[in-house]
Design a protein. Structure first.
Lengths: 949, 131
């Protein structure tokens, strides 16, 4: 349990800083601090078990069907990284409290920081690679927020974007790699995968999986050629750089390589990819670092170089190199975090990080200078500090490693890199704290408050302690981590300051001497550097991105330039191509199902349908003709449903048909009545071919299906309809009971469609559009008899009858054809006819129903019916049947699904009426004439009084 | 019978697609309506055809047709009505606003045009060229 809590605490804590900031900056920092502190205490409570080699597990099933479980484990490696994340995190929280300015939003800073901390802890404690990927992406996102924290700085935004793009792209590659790995191993749980070394390395998919996973690791850990995002991310506030870019995020890639080391390492592929990348990165980073004028830029490239060093050691694939890698991860995190905080202090107190503007700070900032000197000496690898120890181990491994048959290349390059690293470390100290004192600094420098120098000071104490007493201080930790990384191999090594006169010591000495002289001749060395080529990875990245954007725009413009026909033509053509390719690949024998006889009536109906379609095709330019022909086709379809044993469909289709035609007529009132003939012959040929091909395809497919037998799962519904659903009309029972959840979703969609229509039409009633509407002149002659007496009388007499029919259709729906959908449409038709016959204002005065409310209450009734099942302890929408004996009516069965159907009914009525009534409303607004005020133009009851009329 | 139904689906699809590719809103709406008929009947046909076998449980029935595609198609009819209605109203609104019922927007709206009554003649004249 406590394992889950360690990961969850930062996430829970992330909610608080934004609230606590109202209580002041210190309260905010204290809250953040205490969450991390509790997590660290929980972690340390496992320390004795973990250092003894035990593994703590905690697991919860999350999505077991996908192999994704919330499995966590705590072994030496996880413990080590979690300790770094939380320990350095605590120091950063204190440091940031004093570093951030008054007007920086500190609440969001701590919230992002805790989010990031939780994501990192998730990575290092996950025992499931899918879960690990989730946390991996979370670190990319939260680091994006942190790097771009100073939103007003363009460099901050660009740096954040670049970091997100590079690490996010790497993360995508890694997802693919991890999926392959999980498929090979047969499990997504790390503990299982770590046992499957032989199977993984023997698999033909080993290399693709390895490359994809390594792309993820290399992008995250800023390895060449993906190193360029890290220096750009230096636009972040210094606490972020100190945390993300020294101790945590950039180490995530190293962590994963170490985690996967037992299964992936040891092959030539691993050696040449990982070790070479590491070596190149180490050398390149060290060289560039020497010539960076920005303090943080120098440290950033130095970090790139040290990350390369660890990568190279992991790439060597030998257990001893792995130990060295682990030890250097620890040492680098400590001295680099101290140095970043130190650079932050210099920046904070002097107002600049530009090295040529700085100098002689030793006199004014003695504490800062002392801390810088010790930490930088460790970075340079000088004895007796911790950086020296792991660098010695690295050189020792480099000497004994052959690369493509030559056994000196690695050692030479490593020594060269070490030499540059001595030079830039000395430059950090020499050019900032020694030399000429500058008077033109933006601020008058002095040592910072305790809260800012104490965190790095604690780290510097560790630098010295580990350097002097490596085995007592770090020995057990390194041993337990190394056991995990190497998969439990027993190794003969010991951490010590003095190993005697070894080749590594000699190389180390050469590096120190060369580095010292290089700095001494710095102006000359720099001139040589300046004369060489400087490919800017940042610019290449930018041009790659803009190329991708232009390409995407060109493709989008080509496919979808704003002309709907072109876009649809591409879609239809693509669908056709897919269908044709499937058709060519399939079998083509005829179906065996016995066919139904066609009689004269069916052929006649078929002829009507084809005739209707042809009329639409030939006469759609006269829109009213086209509309009528479409109506005919719709009627034929409903007749077909009647004939083919689908009475419910027929009823729905015919009522929808009526409503649709009314709706289109109302719209056509305003639209042009004719479509101009503007398509060229070529256009018509293209569209005609697409249409014919689509028709042949769909028709052929329907024919192929209809002539073949099939198996259906409908037997269940037919059997269960009466006992389970309490109704004999199986279609209705399926709608309101078995698949009630679908129906629930559908009435919501219908409601949303109606509200969209309302919003679109309501906008016509105001502003400039309304003036256009009022100024509109009908393009057709208007009948003098706008409210024909016969129609008015017939609809009014018919209304109660129609409503009764609606209720009847609704009530019988559960057992014979009918139901909420059909009843709703019928009632809507009965009501809309009143608008048509007597005019909008007459009808609106008498129908004071709020159609919005009708839709809302319908959805609510349906939802409450569903929720009612919860009260009885059943799943959502489980139905029940009551048997009541009522006086006069006798035994009555009431299914709870009927209430659900009531909801459907209300939504259908509300939605249909909302659409149609609003269309009538704008028609009235456009053609307001006094005649509309009266329900009938010729009222017989008045006529007898006025005589002439 | 099966042939009649399959060919009817084909004819409705072809007509619907042809209208869908027209350059004005109203034919597109009509085309969409026809295409929904075709799709609904096609879905319905997945349950195969049967005459006089409605899926209403009855002791005297000689058999039932497949009720499941019917239930799916019933809601599909209502939803396609909702979508057709939205499209009709959208075309109406765009016609009232712009005075043009074309289905292509080739001119990017500028600040001025967003303000109100921009002439759409450029769009109309460029229509033929673009498709």
């Amino acid at each position: 349990m406590s394992l889950l809590l360690i990961v969850l605490l930062p996430f829970l804590g992330a909610l608080l800083p934004a609230l606590m900031i109202r209580a002041g900056r210190t309260a905010c920092a204290t809250t953040t601090f205490s969450f991390s502190l509790i997590a660290l205490a929980l972690l340390l409570s496992h320390s004795s078990a973990v250092l003894n080699g035990e593994v703590v597990h905690a697991s919860w099933e999350w999505l077991p069907g996908l192999g994704l479980n919330a499995n966590f484990m705590l072994d030496g490696l996880g413990f080590f990284f979690a300790g770094l994340i939380l320990g350095i995190g605590l120091l950063i929280i204190v440091y940031a409290r004093f570093y951030l300015a008054k007007d920086d939003p500190m609440g969001s800073f701590y919230a992002y920081l805790l989010l990031f901390q939780g994501a990192m802890l998730g990575i290092v404690l996950s025992d499931n690679i899918l879960l690990l990927l989730v946390f991996w992406e979370l670190t990319s996102l939260s680091s994006f927020l942190l790097i771009g924290y100073w939103k007003h700085l363009p460099e901050g935004r660009q740096g954040a974007r670049m970091a997100l793009t590079v690490t996010g792209a790497g993360g995508l590659a890694m997802i693919a790699g991890m999926l392959i790995l999980g498929e090979i191993a047969g499990s997504y749980d790390l503990s299982e995968i770590l046992l499957a070394r032989e199977a993984i390395q023997a698999s033909p998919l080993y290399l693709p999986a390895l490359v994809l996973i390594l792309i993820g690791c290399f992008t995250k850990s800023a390895q060449f050629p993906f190193h360029f995002w890290l220096p750009q991310a230096m636009a972040a506030p210094t606490p972020v750089s100190a945390y993300l870019h020294s101790a945590t995020m950039v180490k995530a890639g190293l962590f994963l390589m170490a985690r996967m080391w037992p299964v992936l390492a040891g092959t030539p592929e691993w050696f040449y990819i990982v070790a070479t990348t590491g070596l190149v990165t180490m050398l390149l980073g060290a060289v560039i670092a020497l010539f960076k004028d920005d303090l943080k830029g120098l440290l950033a490239f130095s970090t790139v170089s040290h990350l390369g060093l660890v990568t190279m050691l992991l790439g060597f694939g030998t257990p001893l190199a792995a130990v060295a890698a682990v030890f250097h991860i620890l040492n680098h995190a400590i001295f680099k975090a101290a140095l970043f905080m130190n650079a932050g202090i210099v920046d904070h107190e002097t107002g600049t990080r530009h090295i040529p503007h700085l100098g002689g700070l030793l006199q004014v900032m003695p504490i800062t200078a002392t801390l810088a000197m010790v930490a930088a000496a460790s970075m340079a690898g000088l004895p007796p500090l911790n950086g020296f120890l792991s660098k010695e181990m690295m050189l020792h491994e480099a000497v004994s490693t052959a690369w493509l048959g030559s056994d000196w290349v690695v050692a030479a390059m490593a020594t060269l890199a070490a030499c540059f690293s001595v030079a830039y470390a000395l430059r950090y100290v020499g050019h900032v704290f020694f030399g000429r004192t500058r008077s033109e600094l933006p601020h008058t420098p002095h040592d910072p408050p305790l809260g800012m120098w104490l965190p790095p000071a604690l780290l510097v104490v560790l630098v010295v302690l580990i350097g002097l007493f490596p085995d007592p201080v770090a020995g057990p930790l390194v041993a337990s981590v190394s056991r995990v990384v190497t998969g439990g191999e027993v190794m003969d090594y010991h951490l010590a300051l003095w190993h005697g006169f070894t080749p590594a010591l000699g190389l180390s000495a050469i590096a120190v001497v060369c580095g010292f002289f290089m700095l001494k001749a710095y102006p000359r060395v720099r001139a040589i550097w300046a004369a060489g080529p400087h490919p800017e990875a940042r610019l290449m990245f930018r041009s790659t991105i803009s190329f991708a954007v232009e390409l995407a725009q060109a493709i989008t413009q080509g496919l979808h330039n704003g002309a709907l026909p072109r876009y649809l033509a591409f879609m239809i053509a693509t669908a056709l191509l897919l269908g044709i390719s499937a058709f060519i690949g399939g079998s083509h024998e005829a179906g065996q199902r016995p066919l139904l006889e066609a009689n004269l009536a069916t052929v006649m109906v078929w002829l009507m349908l084809v005739g209707g379609c042809l009329t639409v095709l030939l006469h759609h330019h006269e829109r009213i003709v086209g509309l009528i022909a479409v109506g005919i086709v719709g009627l034929v379809v409903s007749v077909a449903f009647v004939y083919l044993s689908a009475p419910d469909l027929a009823l729905t289709q015919i009522s929808v048909e009526v409503v649709t035609v009314v709706l289109m007529l109302l719209a056509l009132n305003f639209l042009p009545k004719d479509t101009p003939r503007e398509s060229s012959g070529a256009r018509r040929l293209r569209d005609g071919s697409l249409a014919v091909a689509s028709g042949l395809g769909i028709g052929g497919l329907a024919w192929a299906v209809l002539t073949r037998d099939f198996e259906t799962l409908s037997g269940y519904y037919l059997e269960q309809s009466v006992p389970g659903g309490g109704g004999t009309n199986v279609v209705n029972v399926i709608l309101v009971d078995f698949r009630g959840f679908d129906t629930f979703g559908e009435i919501i969609v219908l409601g949303i469609a109606a509200l969209t229509i309302y919003a679109l039409l309501d906008g016509v009633m105001r502003g400039a559009v309304q003036r256009k509407l009022v100024a509109w002149v009908p393009d057709q002659a208007r009948s003098a008899d706008r409210h024909p007496m016969m129609l008015v009388v017939a609809t009014r007499v018919g209304l109660p009858l129609a409503l009764v029919v609606g209720v009847f259709i609704f009530l019988r729906g559960h057992n014979v054809p009918g139901g909420g959908f059909i009843a709703g449409l019928l009632v809507a038709i009965a009501l809309i006819v009143q608008y048509m016959a007597s005019g909008f204002s007459w009808a609106a005065q008498r129908m004071k129903i709020d159609y919005h409310g009708l839709i809302g209450s319908g959805v609510l009734v349906a939802a409450l019916t569903g929720l009612g099942a919860w009260v009885a302890g059943y799943p959502f929408l489980t139905s029940t049947v009551w048997h009541l004996s009522l006086p006069l009516l006798g035994e009555v069965h009431v299914a709870s699904a009927m209430f659900f159907d009531t909801g459907v009914f209300l939504v259908v009525v509300g939605a249909t009426m909302l659409a149609l009534a609003n269309l009538s409303r704008i028609a009235r607004r456009a053609e307001y004439l006094p005649v509309n005020a009266e329900p009938m133009d010729i009222d017989p009851s008045l006529q007898s009084h006025s005589g002439q009329g | 019978m099966e042939f009649l139904l399959a060919s009817a689906i084909g004819v409705m699809t072809a007509t619907g697609v042809y209208l869908l590719l027209r350059a004005r809103t109203f034919p597109v709406v009509l085309g969409l309506a026809l295409l929904s008929y075709a799709t609904n009947v096609f879905l319905f046909a997945m349950g195969r055809l049967a005459v006089n076998r409605p899926p209403v449980v009855d002791a005297l029935a000689r058999g039932y047709t497949d009720p499941l595609p019917q239930a799916l198609v019933l809601t599909a009819i209502v939803i396609s009505f909702g979508m057709t209605a939205v499209l009709v109203v959208m075309s109406l609104r765009s016609f009232i606003e712009s005075g043009d019922d074309g289905v292509d927007v080739l001119v990017q709206p500028t600040e001025d045009e967003l303000g109100g009554s921009a002439p759409r003649t450029a769009a109309s004249s460029a229509r033929e060229a673009s498709q």
